[in-house]
Every structure is written in C-alpha cells, then in structure tokens.
Design a protein around this ligand. Structure first.
Ligand code: BG6
Length: 475
C-alpha cells in the first residue's frame, strides 16, 4: 500500500501538563497562572482576558487542580498510547513543578523526578517524548512579582529552568518546543505571557515587548540546548491556520495579508532570525518602540529553530470592513463565519484543505521541516448503555485532516510527524470544560469534577491504531 508519509513518521498524540496532570500542589509544585482560572460557568474566558478575575481561593472549583490526574495515572495512560502504536508523545513540563515560584534558588527535586519517571516510561515503551518547555503555565508568582514576560528578567529565569531540564533529560528527550502557540500572547496575554495588560497605557506596546523577551529567550535556549546536547532538535510552535479574504475585493485581500503576517511575525523571527521588514511600519503605526538590549538581535540571528511546529484546528476569514469583521463565537482568533464550512459545537470551523494550504504556505516561506503538533475536534461524547463511545464524527474530522496533511507532503512539504491534540480527554484550555473532548481515550469525569477517572477506548482509538500501523495507508 502506498503512503505519502515517510517511514519514520512520528505518529502520536499531544497533551499539556496543566490540562491533564492535576496534582496541582503535590510534591512541592507551585501555582501556575492556569491554577487560578475557574471553569466556564464561573467566567473562565473573562478571567483569561482580565487577570484581575483570576483569583486564588475565590472559586469553588478549579478544573486544573485535579484534571484527569495524569500525574498518578501516566503509566496506564502511556500503556494505552503504546497500544495504539504511538511513536511519539507530546507533553509539557510544568514550570512551577520545577521552580515553584519561578525564581527559586534550587529546582524542586520531586518535580524533576516525576518527569524522569514519565520519560523513562516513554522510552521503555518505544515512544519518543516531544516536550514543550512552556505551555501556558508560567508560575503565578512571576505574574504577581513582575507582570510575567513583560519583565526582561524572566528571560534569565526561563533560561535557568531550560538549562536544568535540558541537563536532566538530555539522554531521554530529543525534541523540544520552546513556547506553545507563541502568537497566543497577542490574543490572550495572560495565557501566553502571564501578563495583565488591562492596566497598561498601550497594551500593544507591553505585549510586543513581552513577545520580544520570549523570542530572545527562545533563541537563547536554542543555543543552550545545542551546547548541552548537539543532537537536540529545537522547534518553535505557532497557533496556525491560514486567513482567507472574505471577498475578492482588494481591500479584503490586503486584510488577509495583514492577518497572516500578524501570525507569521513570530516564526519569521524564530526561523529566519530577524524581525520581518513589515514589522517596522506596523510598530510605528501602533506606537510600539521595542526596548532591544545589546546582543539581542545577534542572538536571534545566530540561533534560529530547526523545525516549525504548529497547531491547526481551522482556517480563518477576515474582512476589511469593520462592520462585517466580527469574531464568531467560541474563537480566540478573529474570524468571520465562512459559509463554505461547517463548524464544531464550539463554533470552530472545519477546513481540512486549509491545513494543506497552511502547510504549503509555511513550507514555501521557511523551507524547514514542519511538525503538526495539534489538531482535532472538540466534541461531546456520550457513552452508549454498554459504555462504548461511537465517535465517528471525530474519525471523520481526523481522517480528512490526515489526508490533507498527506496531500501537503505530496506537494513537497517535509513533515516529521502528527500529534493530534488531547489524545486522552483532558480539560479544555479555553473553556475549562471536560465535555469538550478530543481524545481517543475517554476519561470518566464531568465539567464539575465528578467521575471515577476510569479510562476507556473510543472507536477512534481503534481507527487511529490502524492509521499508525499502516503508516497512513489505511485511510
Ligand atoms: C491550543 C492549545 O490552543 O488548542 C491547547 O495549545 C488547547 O492547550 C487546544 O487545549 C484546544 O483548545 P481548547 O480551548 O478546546 O482546549
């Protein structure tokens, strides 16, 4: 059977520490900013957009505190992933598990030991860990002390954290991502950078300055990584998704150029090693003056990433007309409703061809290997009377996207792997819900934290197992 996927294509799945581990204070872990976010019913999104509502001890229920308790179930969960044939498993290290306050003099040994065990188990099962260094869970203490990434000192704290984990796991982990969805900082600065911009005079100035700090930090740890282990592969991570023009009006076409540039801005720096030419005018028109320290530009230039990873859930649609240009409900990124596309129950528009377009655009632009590290359908799963999950809707979504990824590879794009999001059900980042499920593995837990936490296999579990076994030829 023929398949466009290379022989050693890294099929797997993705999670993030703060959305699955739970054990939020166990073994010396400190609070992350996600740990003070309530669930959907208590205004999670409002708190993400206004961190003054993200309050410790003020809500009855915090979804991240127990989550699916991966911290205590990881062995059995990894066994299920191995049964599906996973070649890789993307997870993140919780920064406050290693440095509870972000700036502690010594790392927390118990936290380091947990990830030793986790990665050992991956390696034992023949699963290559793919590790995100920072996935939305900056230590809360750093936000309180210095407004998170708005403060340049956080670069060094992050570098110190990265050095500790690079050295500790240098023989266990090869693939690293510096920041999850680095462009998220523009849309939800609290999530992306632990920043409260609500009080700043020019939120854009604060946000782009923080973005500069993250970009410099990313380049600095790319250098550090290779000093520690030259075989490390360091990638960036973008919340991807091409923006289309709403009409063929030239103004709409230009708006789409701008929307795509806003996204690619980050990767332009991380991959090409310099601020893109268009940023000059953008900064000027938005009264942004970056404080660039001596040596910053040199380090950006000298240490670009080796591969480009990204999440893809949907494409976006933009218009130059402010009257039309309204965000559809449920989407973090501004997008109009595309009449040609169906949407998920949460309003995320489903566009497999958009994945092929996104991959081609990114590869044309950077000529570096891509890695699709998130993709999937958040949906309500209702177990049948005998406990089965017949998630044919998820299978249909994933099958179409895997085919589109295969098409992109046949178009000439180099792609290293595919790790669909939430391979085991976990807490939704945006809504805090459990019922927005992505997994091949069902977890018995509801939005209010009730449930036995028992795991079971959905129909998609068996489907994905066949996809992996046939290296994509079963589609
Ligand atoms: C990405 C994030 O934005 O999308 C994940 O990297 C997140 O953390 C995923 O969970 C899906 O979003 P949501 O809001 O449905 O969980």
């Amino acid at each position: 059977m023929t398949t466009p996927f290379q022989k050693d294509f890294l099929w797997g799945g993705a999670v993030a520490a703060n959305q699955c581990e739970g054990a939020y204070l166990t073994d010396g872990k400190g609070l992350s900013l996600v740990d003070v976010l309530p669930d959907a019913a208590h205004g999670r999104w409002e708190a993400i957009m206004n961190p003054q509502l993200a309050l410790e001890g003020q809500y009855d229920f915090y979804p991240s505190h127990e989550s699916i308790d991966f911290y205590h179930h990881y062995k059995a969960d990894l066994a299920l992933m191995a049964e599906m044939g996973f070649k890789t498993f993307r997870t993140s290290i919780s920064w406050p598990r290693i440095f509870p306050n972000g700036d502690d003099a010594e790392p927390n040994e118990a936290g380091l030991a947990f990830y030793d065990d986790l990665f050992d188990e991956c390696v034992r099962l023949g699963i290559e860990p793919l590790v995100t260094i920072n996935h939305f869970d900056t230590p809360l203490a750093l936000m309180k002390k210095c407004n998170g990434w708005a403060d340049r000192r956080v670069i060094e704290l992050y570098e110190n954290y990265a050095e500790v984990i690079f050295k500790r796991y240098k023989d266990k982990v090869k693939y690293w991502l510096t920041f999850n969805e680095i462009n998220m900082i523009l849309h939800a600065p609290f999530f992306g950078g632990g920043i409260d911009v609500t009080k700043t005079a020019n939120p854009k100035q604060t946000t782009y300055q923080a973005a500069h700090h993250q970009l410099v930090a990313s380049a600095r740890v790319t250098k550090l990584a290779h000093d520690i282990n030259p075989n490390f592969k360091i990638g960036c991570m973008l919340a991807g998704g091409v923006s289309y023009a709403n009409t063929c009006a030239p103004e709409d076409a230009w708006k789409a150029v701008e929307a795509n540039r806003e996204n690619y801005f980050f990767i332009d720096v991380q991959s090409r090693g310099e601020y893109p030419s268009y940023s000059k005018r953008f900064f000027k028109e938005n009264n942004i003056t970056l404080d660039i320290a001596e040596g910053d530009l040199e380090i950006l230039k000298a240490y670009p990433v080796e591969f480009i990873s990204f999440s893809y859930y949907s494409s976006r649609l933009v218009s130059a007309d402010p009257e039309v240009n309204k965000t559809t409900e449920g989407n973090v990124f501004a997008t109009l409703k595309n009449p040609y596309l169906k949407a998920s129950e949460w309003g995320w528009q489903i566009d497999p061809l958009g994945l092929r377009t996104t991959m081609n655009e990114m590869y044309d632009r950077y000529q570096k290997p891509l890695f699709v590290v998130e993709n999937g359908l958040g949906a309500v799963d209702t177990p049948t009377a005998d406990g089965k999950i017949k998630d044919d809707y998820r299978i249909a979504y994933l099958a179409e996207h895997v085919k589109a990824m295969g098409d992109a590879i046949e178009d000439g794009v180099e792609c290293w792997g595919y790790t669909p999001w939430g391979c085991i059900d976990l807490v939704s980042a945006g809504s805090g819900e459990m019922k927005k499920r992505y997994g091949f593995i069902y977890v018995d837990r509801d939005n209010d934290g009730n449930g036995s936490l028992a795991r079971s296999k959905k129909d998609s579990f068996y489907w994905y197992k066949d996809v992996i076994k046939s290296n994509g030829a079963s589609l």
